[in-house]
Design a protein around this ligand. Structure first.
Ligand code: GCB
Length: 602
C-alpha cells in the first residue's frame, strides 16, 4: 500500500513540478536512449493543437490525433493522419539543421519519438535525463506529459518510475526552436539556431533514496579546507549518514545528513596537489550512501582576485585564452568527447591555458576535458545583446539557465569564471537584471569569479572601460574590434584605454574575418594577411591596457551564422576563426601562438 501511495505521489509530482537536477550523470547507472529516432516536422503544430487551437495536452483524455499519443489505427477505416513508424529517422543527439538538408534553415516544431523496453525492479526508481534540447521541449512518456522545459543549453530530468513499463515505452519530445523576443537568447544572435535534441538522452536508475547532487571544492580563499554539501533525494532518516572518501588525501569523512536531506561539511586537508594548467591533478572522490557508490574525479584549487590580479592557488596568473563556439567538424552542434578533444587540442596548440566557452553553457564533455587538460574555463549564459531586461519572465528564465549550469558544473576545477552576459546595452533595467544575476550566482557559488563581456565608450579618443555594472563584477571584461568594425589599425599603438576600476581586466573579444586561403595585401579585407596584421596591431595595443589579466580573441574556428551572407567569402559563416571550418589554420593563428609563447615565459 505504501508503495502504491509513493508511486501515485511520484506520478503527480513528475507531471506538475520541475525536479531537482541530477548531477554527475556519466558516473551513474544509465541506459542511453541515443541513436536513431523517428521524427515528424510539424510547422503548424498539428500534433499539439486541435483545429480550433485547443492544446491536446490540456484535454482530460487527449485525442488520438495528439502526436504524443503515438497512435496507430486499429482498423482499416479509422482516420489517423500521422505515423511515427513510417516517418523519417534522425540521429540523436544531433541538430536537425546539419543532418537534414531540407531543414538547414528550418525554425519551428519537430516531434521526435524513441521506443524502448525497461525492466525496472520493484525497489528502484527511474529518471529520464535530457542533456539539452533547443529551445523549448515538451516531453511525454507513454502519452503522459512529463513537463515543459525552456532554454537550449542546459540539462533537466523527470522521474518516470510510475509510468515506465517493461515493454514498448514510447518517449515523445516536441522540440521548438522558434525565436521569440522575450526568450534567452532573444531573436537576434550571431550564431546558428540549431534545433532539436542536441545532447545525450539517458535513463538513470537509482535507489529509493540516493545522492542527487553534491558540491566538493575548496572553500573560497582557503587552500586547506574542502567544503560543500551532499543532497539526498527522498531522504528518510533511517540511515542518515554518507561517507566522502578521497583515498589519496586519506580522507574518509562520515557526514550526517539533516532532515531536509542535506549535509554540509568542511574537511581540513594538509598536503594537497593543487589543480592548475601545469598540474591538472584530479582526485578520485567517492560518495557512499546506503548501497550507492558515486564516483567523481575532482580537482582542488582556489581562484580569487586581489586588486587588479587574478590569483590561482594564491599566485597571479595571466589568462592566455581563446573564444570557442560549440560546433563540430561538419558544421553542426558539437556534443561528443571527440568534438571536445578536437577543439581543446587546438586551444592547447595555440598556447592557451584558458578558454572562453561562448555564448551559452557548452556540453559537459568539454568541461570535463578542460579539467583533464588543465584549461581554465569561462562559462556563460545566453544573455546576449538585447534580451528583454524589463521582463520578469525573461529574468527568471536567465536565472534558471544560470542555476542549471552552475548545478551541473560546480565541481569542475577548470571553471573559474561565470559570465552573466555579452555586449548588453546599458540601461537601468539591464543593470538591475545583471546585478540580480550576480547576486544569485554568489548565493549558490561564491567560490568563483563573476564577469560579463561588456562594451566600451570612446571619449575624446580614449577608450573608457567604465560600464557601471563593473562595480558588481570581479573581473572587468570587454569586447573591442579595432580595425574591423571601426578604428585605424595603423594607429593601434596610440590607442589609449582607461578604467576607473582597480580590478583585473580581460579583453574578452577582438578579431577580424579572413577567408582561409585568400591572400593579398595587409589592407585588403578578408585576406589572411589583413587578419594577421589586425592581430599584430591589436596585440600591440592590448599590451598597454591597464590591469590587463588575459584575453580570449574571437574566435578559434569559423562558425555558422545566418547573419554572415557575403557570397564567396562568408557563405553563412562568421570568418573570424583563427582556423577555418575545414580545420586549416590561418596566418593569424601563428601570430597569436607566438605571442602566447612569449607571454607564457614571462
Ligand atoms: C561580438 C559578439 C560575437 C560576434 C562577434 C562578431 O561582439 O560577441 O558573438 O560573433 O562580435 O563576429 O561580430
Amino acid at each position: 500500500m505504501k508503495k502504491i501511495l509513493i508511486l501515485v505521489f511520484l506520478a503527480t509530482f513528475a507531471i506538475t513540478e520541475a525536479q531537482g537536477l541530477i548531477t554527475n550523470v556519466s558516473n551513474r547507472n544509465t541506459t542511453s536512449l541515443n541513436g536513431v529516432w523517428n521524427y515528424i516536422v510539424d510547422p503548424y503544430e498539428t500534433g499539439y493543437y486541435s483545429f480550433h487551437h485547443d492544446e491536446y495536452d490540456k484535454q482530460k483524455k487527449p485525442s488520438n490525433a495528439a502526436f504524443f499519443n503515438n497512435y496507430h489505427a486499429v482498423n482499416k477505416q479509422e482516420l489517423v493522419e500521422y505515423d511515427f513508424d513510417k516517418s523519417p529517422q534522425i540521429n540523436i543527439p544531433g541538430d536537425w539543421n546539419s543532418q537534414v538538408p531540407e531543414l538547414k534553415f528550418y525554425e519551428g516544431n519537430v516531434w521526435f519519438r524513441k521506443s524502448f523496453d525497461y525492466d525496472l525492479k520493484a525497489s528502484k526508481r527511474l529518471f529520464i535525463y535530457l542533456g539539452a534540447i533547443n529551445y523549448k521541449a515538451d516531453v511525454y512518456l507513454n502519452g503522459k506529459k512529463l513537463g515543459t522545459h525552456e532554454g537550449g543549453f542546459t540539462p533537466f530530468n523527470y522521474e518516470i518510475t510510475a509510468i515506465v513499463k517493461p515493454k514498448d515505452n514510447y518517449l515523445v519530445i516536441k522540440a521548438d526552436n522558434t525565436r521569440h523576443k522575450e526568450d534567452v537568447p532573444t531573436i537576434n544572435t550571431d550564431w546558428w539556431n540549431y534545433g532539436g535534441i542536441t545532447r545525450d538522452i539517458l535513463l538513470i536508475e537509482e535507489n529509493e533514496s540516493f545522492v542527487e547532487d553534491y558540491n566538493i571544492q575548496l572553500k573560497k580563499g582557503n587552500q586547506n579546507l574542502i567544503s560543500g554539501f551532499i543532497k539526498i533525494n527522498n531522504f528518510n532518516s533511517s540511515q542518515d549518514q554518507a561517507i566522502i572518501s578521497i583515498p589519496e588525501l586519506k580522507i574518509n569523512y562520515k557526514l550526517k545528513i539533516g532532515t531536509d536531506g542535506i549535509g554540509n561539511f568542511e574537511i581540513p586537508v594538509k598536503k594537497i596537489s593543487y589543480w592548475s594548467p601545469e598540474n591538472p591533478k584530479l582526485y578520485e572522490v567517492t560518495i557512499d550512501f546506503k548501497e550507492q557508490k558515486l564516483r567523481d574525479a575532482i580537482g582542488f584549487r582556489t581562484i580569487e582576485t586581489q586588486e587588479d590580479k587574478i590569483l590561482l592557488n594564491g599566485k597571479p596568473i595571466f589568462l592566455r585564452g581563446i573564444s570557442i563556439h560549440e560546433e563540430n567538424a561538419k558544421g553542426g552542434r558539437a556534443h561528443t568527447a571527440e568534438d571536445a578533444l578536437r577543439l581543446l587540442n587546438w586551444a592547447k596548440e595555440l598556447g592557451c591555458n584558458y578558454v572562453r566557452l561562448a555564448h551559452y553553457p557548452h556540453n559537459e564533455n568539454i568541461i570535463r576535458l578542460a579539467d583533464q587538460l588543465g584549461l581554465m574555463v569561462w562559462e556563460e549564459i545566453p544573455v546576449y545583446w538585447t534580451v528583454e531586461f524589463e521582463n520578469n519572465k525573461t529574468y527568471q528564465n536567465a536565472e534558471n539557465q544560470l542555476t542549471a549550469a552552475i548545478t551541473r558544473d560546480k565541481n569542475r576545477a577548470s571553471i573559474i569564471i561565470w559570465s552573466m552576459a555579452n555586449e548588453t546595452p546599458v540601461s537601468d533595467a539591464r543593470n538591475t537584471f545583471i546585478k540580480n544575476l550576480v547576486a544569485h550566482t554568489k548565493s549558490i557559488d561564491n567560490s568563483r569569479l563573476v564577469s560579463a563581456a561588456l562594451l566600451t565608450r570612446h571619449v575624446n579618443g580614449v577608450g573608457m572601460i567604465d560600464d557601471e555594472i563593473g562595480k558588481s563584477l570581479d573581473i572587468i571584461a570587454f569586447n573591442q574590434y579595432l580595425g574591423w568594425y571601426g578604428g585605424n589599425l595603423e594607429n593601434a599603438e596610440k590607442a589609449f584605454w582607461e578604467t576607473p576600476y582597480n580590478k583585473p581586466v580581460i579583453v574578452s573579444e577582438f578579431g577580424g574575418g579572413a577567408k582561409q586561403g585568400l591572400h593579398g595585401e595587409k589592407n585588403e579585407r578578408w585576406t589572411e594577411e589583413y587578419q594577421e596584421y589586425l592581430y599584430i596591431q591589436n596585440l600591440k595595443m592590448i599590451e598597454k591596457i591597464p590591469h590587463l589579466s588575459g584575453l580570449s580573441p574571437w574566435i578559434l574556428v569559423d562558425f555558422r551564422s545566418p547573419k554572415r551572407l557575403l557570397p564567396g567569402i562568408q557563405d553563412g559563416y562568421n570568418r573570424k576563426g583563427l582556423i577555418s571550418n575545414e580545420g586549416f589554420k590561418k596566418k593569424a593563428f601563428f601570430v597569436m601562438k607566438e605571442w602566447y609563447e612569449k607571454k607564457g615565459k614571462e
